[in-house]
Design a protein around this ligand. Structure first.
Ligand code: ZN
Length: 229
């Protein structure tokens, strides 16, 4: 065994552990239910670590995560990859994403099922962390190249997209970012559903969104800081 191969094996085993831990956390948060949904991350050399098919995600272990090459060829792992492998590979080839989370989370999926709603409007400034309005990609059958193309298109300049009558996809530069984005998207979808139950939601204007972005940059919003004392 060469040093290079043992190094890359260590990298893929860490990635498999991290993908499994992310799946368990998303299940604990109620975003992944049973075997529905999947998680992946880039490893190196174009390889992808992705949850296997039929795995109960709340119990996902590193051995339930499969490693495939850039075109989906099997590299390591006892399980066949998720049936949505093509979706994940399409996102990696079409974006700079380092990790992908796909869920059938309750509120995100509910919002994806509303006639005439082609985007989740910006009701709260935190949504700007995902890039603004979140598109609802038109419906296509799960596991098809057509769905992958629609999702990649919906992710333009965004960290998230909803898939009509199906669920959500979030991306991030790392697994932790993709996880945070999935949790945030579900919170925002729940916010929209709850606000709609009280009355007509009032989205932020373009000017209010712009001012929030400027303020976030000024205050370095979202980063931890030492107390000035
Ligand atoms: Zn799905």
């Amino acid at each position: 065994m060469t040093t290079e191969s043992s190094g890359s094996r260590g990298q893929s085993s860490r990635a498999r552990e991290h993908v499994a831990a992310t799946a368990r956390r998303l299940a604990a948060e109620g975003l992944l239910i049973g075997t529905a949904g999947n998680v992946s991350a880039r490893v190196d050399d174009g390889r992808i670590a992705v949850t296997g098919t039929g795995v109960v995600l709340a119990d996902c272990r590193a051995e339930d995560v499969t490693v495939v090459g850039a075109t989906g060829e099997h590299v390591d792992g006892r399980l066949a990859p998720t049936s949505e492998l093509g979706l994940h590979l399409g996102i990696y080839s079409g974006t700079q994403a380092g990790a992908v989370v796909h869920t059938h989370a309750p509120f995100s999926t509910a919002v994806s099922c509303v006639t005439g709603m082609d985007a989740l409007p910006v009701l709260h400034y935190q949504q700007l962390l995902l890039g603004g309005e979140i598109r609802v990609a038109p419906y296509a059958t799960f596991g098809t190249p057509e769905l992958a193309d629609l999702v990649v298109d919906g992710l333009r300049d965004r960290q998230a997209v909803l898939m009509a009558n199906h669920g959500s996809v979030t991306v991030g530069s790392s697994l932790d970012k993709a996880l945070d984005n999935a949790l945030l998207l579900e919170w925002l979808a729940a916010l929209h559903v709850r606000a709609s139950g009280v009355g007509t939601p009032r989205p932020l204007t373009e000017a209010q969104q712009h001012d929030a972005v400027v303020q976030a940059i000024t205050l370095e919003y979202g980063t931890t800081k030492e107390s000035p004392q």
